[in-house]
Design a protein around this ligand. Sequence first.
Ligand SMILES: C[S@@+](CC[C@H](N)C(=O)[O-])C[C@H]1O[C@@H](n2cnc3c(N)ncnc32)[C@H](O)[C@@H]1O
Length: 259
Amino acid sequence: MTATGAKPPGATDEASAAEAVREMFDAIAPRYDLLNHVLSANVDRLWWRRTARRFRATLANPDAAILDICCGTGDMTMALLKRRPRGARPILAADFSRAMLSRGAKKFGGPGVGARKADQPYAVPLEADALHLPLRSESLDLIVSAFGFRNLANYEAGLREFHRVLKPGGQLGILEFSEPSGLLGKVYALYFRCVLPAIGRAICAASGAYSYLPASVGSFPPPPEMLGLMRATGYEQCAWQPYTFGIAGLYTATRAAVA
Ligand SMILES: C[S@@+](CC[C@H](N)C(=O)[O-])C[C@H]1O[C@@H](n2cnc3c(N)ncnc32)[C@H](O)[C@@H]1O
């Protein structure tokens, strides 16, 4: 197992890697939604919806305790919310970038927000580090993370922390980019490494972020290695479902029902 964690340029250890990631997302937050939709041609919406559909049974349970970690500007959270019944327990939406989270918080609704009805499903924003969640052990039924896990300074520590806060039998879903193989992989690599950073630079002043994106996908463990890491950290029923020819994919796993 070689996986460790994200290594943004200039980072020398896990603390400086986390700080560099947080600063980068704070910097791109104002343009994040626009860039996301332009760069993915809106396919990201399908991926969020598909991920939410995968967990529809848990989302339909009004008492389920659910965390969207690395929620950013909250589009994954919103896809999860669409499947919550009226009067459901609010989803916790956590991120360590205040600038990203504050944009998400404007979408989340909640009692007294806008014209929403009191029993409308909503999310509660929480400023928190994925590696040190301010949550009780064995308290969650479902943790979802979309395009955030890859940025953690230590993947194993992230999986352990999620395992700690999941109830026995609780589910984990990690939506991440990956690198498709074959000819499509070569074409995609060209887009990802050359075209995407150029568009990123044109739209957003924090140009380094869109060079970091392909680099971070390239150094993220490929599915067999990531699944091995999940099993080694104590998860069961570990699986990877490729989305859109493997450009992205959903990792799913369960914390063993009996400890
Ligand atoms: C690419 S964005 C994804 C946002 C959103 N989930 C989406 O699908 O658009 C990654 C997010 O992960 C957050 N993040 C990265 N490392 C984190 C950590 N250790 N703790 C909490 N949030 C983190 C960043 O601040 C950023 O908002």
